[in-house]
Ligand binder design. Structure first.
Ligand SMILES: Cc1ncc(COP(=O)(O)O)c(C=O)c1O
Length: 414
């Protein structure tokens, strides 16, 4: 229904529409629902006592000063600490090449403001993180999906997509990737793929935006070197975050990139929020400096690994074998593919909700128009282990019912 507001909203807000996923969240929040939908960190793992002690320590040692605004680029001590950490991971970086942001989400938004003109194509993974594609859309960008397999984005799909866009007179400027334990698929881009993607990006003068909020939650093996550490051309912009390794409530992340881009980001951020929470920055600094964030991350790795294992074991046990899924080595997400003979994942979600279990259907993550109809994202980060088992068992029963009904129909036909 149209309201008087529709005439008042600015042109660019036309591209902002409620995600289908948010509409389902209301249903998943019913207390009786076991939800694999939300991709949030687990409240039960938040280090409440340590946060309280750090706030108290700050008040005692810094007093009122700790409650003041900070500079737009963020506190020098936190940027220096991040730069040192990134350099240790071979992604050489100076504090001057870093801006502190309100989570990595603000990094995506700032980049959209700086780089996207209305109508510009933005290369993204297919499927891709909805918060990223929504930000691109809200600034007039058009996300264009690059197909993926278990090793990450497919170089051939990237080449073909770029050629097609260039033929249409649209040169893409950036490729947005979640290179480790991707949201939504859990896929980690292999080392060889990273080199291939970098080479294609270099040939077509495309910036790579590497969003890495999950990389440190690695439950087995190691992650490949970051795009940032492999970059020799100042082509990669890196987004990091304290949300998953500490708490999201302080809203502290960062963007590391080439000088001119960071300068533009600082000017753009100035008119957005003046600065990120100074209290949040000081907490992130203090808890990192004391070694707490690293220690806590090791603990989180054990805790989330257990949840992942419980979900994988339950899926192995309860789901019919033709329902396929990946086994992510880290992060929060398992991507499930249903046989094409099944109802669509949207319909399956409706059925699951009737049984008080929720997940996110795949269509919301797709940028190709028809993708994700038989896929879904299951997040194991939030529900307790017992609920994971019960929820997966309930879904398993539902899927076996569907299979049985299909087999009966086939017999009737014969
Ligand atoms: C891929 C990805 N990028 C960015 C974000 C936003 O994180 P932050 O809290 O750092 O803004 C999320 C949150 O779930 C995410 O999954």
């Amino acid at each position: 229904m149209k309201t008087k507001w529709d005439q008042l909203f600015a042109e660019r807000t036309r591209n902002i529409c409620g995600s289908q996923i948010r509409q389902y969240f209301a249903l998943t929040e019913r207390p009786e629902v076991i939800s694999f939908a939300g991709g949030f960190p687990s409240n039960e793992f938040f280090p409440t006592a340590e946060i309280a002690a750090a706030v108290s320590g700050l008040m005692q040692e810094e007093g009122n000063q700790s409650l003041q605004y900070s500079s737009t680029e963020g506190s020098m001590e936190l940027r220096a600490l991040i730069a040192e950490k990134m350099s240790r991971q071979n992604a050489q970086c100076n504090p001057e090449n870093i801006i502190i942001t309100d989570g990595s989400q603000q990094g995506i938004d700032l980049l959209s403001r700086i780089l996207i003109n209305p109508g510009d194509p933005v290369l993204v993974e297919e499927p891709s993180y909805i918060g990223g594609t929504s930000a691109f859309r809200s600034h007039g960008g058009i996300p264009v999906g690059i197909k993926m397999d278990q090793d990450g984005p497919l170089p051939l799909s990237m080449e073909k997509t770029i050629s097609m866009l260039i033929t249409e007179g649209k040169q893409p400027k950036m490729f947005y990737t979640v290179s480790n334990f991707q949201n939504p698929t859990g896929v980690t881009t292999s080392y060889e793929r990273r080199l291939e993607i970098l080479e294609i990006a270099s040939r077509h003068n495309i910036i790579i935006v590497e969003d890495n909020p999950y990389g440190e939650l690695c439950y087995e093996g190691e992650i490949p070197p970051s795009y940032k550490s492999l970059d020799r051309e100042e082509r990669v912009v890196y987004l990091g975050s304290f949300s998953k390794v500490l708490i999201p409530g302080i809203r502290i992340g960062w963007m590391a990139g080439p000088g001119p881009l960071i300068e533009k980001a600082i000017l753009t951020k100035q008119s957005t929020d003046l600065c990120s929470s100074s209290l949040g920055q000081q907490l992130a600094y203090r808890l990192s400096k004391e070694g707490f964030v690293e220690k806590h991350t090791r603990k989180l790795i054990d805790l989330y690994r257990r949840k992942r294992d419980v979900m994988i074991e339950a899926i192995d046990h309860y789901f019919p074998p033709d329902v396929e899924f990946n086994r992510p080595r880290g992060g929060f997400f398992i991507w499930v593919n249903f046989p094409s003979s099944y109802p669509t994942s949207k319909e399956l979600l409706e059925l699951a909700l009737q049984n008080n279990v929720a997940f996110v259907h795949g269509e919301g993550f797709s940028n190709s128009g028809d993708g994700g109809t038989h896929s879904a994202r299951f997040s194991f980060s939030q529900p307790p282990q017992e609920h994971i088992k019960t929820g997966i068992k309930t879904l398993g029963n539902l899927f076996w019912e569907i299979e049985t009904r299909q087999s009966l129909k086939a017999v009737e036909k014969v």
